[in-house]
Design a protein around this ligand. Sequence first.
Ligand code: PLP
Length: 378
Amino acid sequence: PIYLDYNATTPLDQRVLDSMMPWLTGNFGNAASRTHLYGWEAAEAVATARQQVARILGATEKEIVFTSGATESNNLALKGAFEALGASRKHIITVATEHKAVLDTCQHLEAFGAEVTYLLPDSDGLICPEQVQDALRPDTLLVSVMYANNEIGVIQPIIEIGSLCRKAGVLFHTDATQAVGKVPIDVQHAAIDLLSLSAHKLYGPKGVGALYVRKGISLTAQLDGGRHERGLRSGTLNVPGIVGLGVACALAQKELAKESTRLTELRNTLENNLINSLLNTQINGHRTQRLPQTTNISFGGLDGEELLMSLHRLAVSNGSACTSASVEPSFVLKALGLPDDLAHASIRFSLGRFTTSEDIDLAIGHILEVVSRIRNGA
Ligand code: PLP
């Protein structure tokens, strides 16, 4: 089937794999071994990757902490800040449409005394900076707002939120897992204190990611041990994975502008053909403030499961990979105000580096045929 589920995960780019291979074979050293060449070489490879990750964010190397992925990064950011500072400040502000790795972490912290405000987005999926401003309290510790949403692709007003958090002296965390490599990011300009990312969403390997921790911010480690990563994340470094993440960032940064234009065109072609040819279809999420390669479309009157099963020539999903096993309609679409049946009849199409215009033409033909067949009761 044609793969249009890049927001779930991306294939490993061959160039990334090539960069990793030596570190999976002959160069197997432990980056923490200081007494021989094996260790020195591994440490140097990690240092290069740290620069590459820092560069795509406008950060410095010392501000990058390698983790096992965005789930761990989100946990470290929120739990680490709460454990370090939560004695005096126990209020957290986040958004109802965040990824579960943020929402469930907030829920966990509530059991330990945190008070969490869950902001509701408008029907386009956006929150406005005033909502954050109004929710601030004297004891607010941290604001966590995702950069771009995994299901509908909308991009939140990060720069405005960062600026108001900085003025208020409140930590600002953003889960940028879906944004890194797709839109330009500058942690300085956006006044971001903590940022989560994951390699497997940008053509790197699974099981590796990073947390940007702005200089001067103290977090409590969630994994104790050998004090790797300046004590913030103990555990022998995943050298091949980290090298892959670094190269993935460098490639994405280099190709971002061109890819963004190309994918916007393909995404718009897909959208326009479906919306113009099929009655009772709608695009979910803001039309312009969103990622270039994501679209989420409701096919009114159809049964979502039947539609998904009938689109056998496409690999697409009806929500995030972690919740698509459930029969519940997407909580993100429900937060936008969609009724259950429409939320259920929605499909996310996410394009990527290896999507071609032939893929999109085939997908359009297939979708039009399947939807008419189901609607005609055939
Ligand atoms: N945050 C967002 C927005 C995501 O889309 C994902 C992907 O599933 C994650 C976090 C989790 O990332 P990881 O698979 O690296 O733990």
